[in-house]
Design a protein around this ligand. Sequence first.
Ligand SMILES: Cc1cc2nc3c(=O)[nH]c(=O)nc-3n(C[C@H](O)[C@H](O)[C@H](O)COP(=O)(O)OP(=O)(O)OC[C@H]3O[C@@H](n4cnc5c(N)ncnc54)[C@H](O)[C@@H]3O)c2cc1C
Length: 402
Amino acid sequence: MPNSPSDFLVVGGGIVGLATAWQLANRFPDAKICLLEKESDLAAHQSGRNSGVLHSGIYYTPGSLKAITCHAGRQMMVAFCQTESIRLDICGKIIVAVDEEEVPRLEAIHERGLENGIRCRMIDQDEIAEREPHASGVRAIHVPESGIVDYPAVCRRLAELLRAKGHRIEMGQRVVRIDSTASHVNVATEQTTFQTGFLVTCGGLYSDHLVKLAGLSSPAKIVPFRGEYYELKEDRRSLCRNLIYPVPDPKFPFLGVHFTRMVSGEVECGPNAVFALAREGYSWGTIRLRELAESLSYGGFLKLASRHWKMGLGEIHRSLSKGAFVRALQRLIPKIESQDLRPCRAGVRAQAIAQDGTMVDDFLWVTDRRMVHVCNAPSPAATASLEIGRRISERVEETTRL
Ligand SMILES: Cc1cc2nc3c(=O)[nH]c(=O)nc-3n(C[C@H](O)[C@H](O)[C@H](O)COP(=O)(O)OP(=O)(O)OC[C@H]3O[C@@H](n4cnc5c(N)ncnc54)[C@H](O)[C@@H]3O)c2cc1C
């Protein structure tokens, strides 16, 4: 069947792509929208394999896109879940300093949170014990507006809303070529070609490849970092009531292994951050030589690895040794024992790394006359997705008006 041209075509059936398509549909009610996803399920990668946390935005540099979109996106996500009856619990979280040495860093996060307009306050040992009786720490920050949410359900609902308005969501369509002409963009998949007036790519772990397919140069390359989780066995779930986080290392964009109660009731512990041997490498056994060679021959990654090899080896050790993983968790909950935990799923983070070896911290998208490409959408992009989508749809409107 020939594909009728669309006004907007979105690549990527993760939460950013779906939120963007939904916001385009809201902004341009008469437009025809088509979304292409290479997998047979929506949210098959980062959006369906994350911690399920609705972040408050406490950590991010004031004024950054992360800080601004997390704040606005969180409110939009709460409203969306309430309207659409999607499981959500604003249960609050604590960020715990386990010793006096960590307190100055904790205080700096608290100040940053206040600057970002987040409701948060420092609490003492007594209040830590009241909120999380099994957590151990000298001081903590309590963030009441953090929560947990069912992101895959958000993705499914966004897709239903789009389909109900007559928009197309095509599964099993891997985009392999993008050609821009004066009047439209041709997007070829392994099966067929789709014509569109304007293209938005939200390709997660392959975002840089899509930018390249479009003939543009990507400001950074994606290097995959796997995040592995354990879960508490049913009879030990009471060790964590809600969300317990460590003080993050400011040199890294990852938050450190933490405890997360999921909306389904399980308590997950993790994720760590190990270099993955494939972009969708959810275990050590998944190796894609071409992708591995791409990471290992990238100057930006080699510079990063030469600076942080010790940290990297520590993460590999924690990945291969359950004992080492448990010891990291015991810093927050000393009572945890190895037999309380069983391995569960893993996710892979799309970490954008610049040529100079720095990890791209903020959200990043590049615009061309007929395209917007989301190049970097790491955590908290699930929380911020509805606002990211709104901003992209605004950018599309500005660009198409010219
Ligand atoms: C372990 C982990 C924990 C996290 N925890 C949280 C959290 O608690 N809270 C939070 O807010 N954020 C969290 N994040 C971050 C969040 O999950 C991501 O920022 C977000 O899901 C990114 O969404 P996305 O749509 O950009 O990417 P994805 O969900 O990865 O979607 C991209 C989609 O594009 C498709 N695609 C790629 N290439 C092509 C192609 N050529 N043709 C067609 N389709 C293509 C892929 O198949 C994929 O479905 C976490 C991430 C990880 C990995």
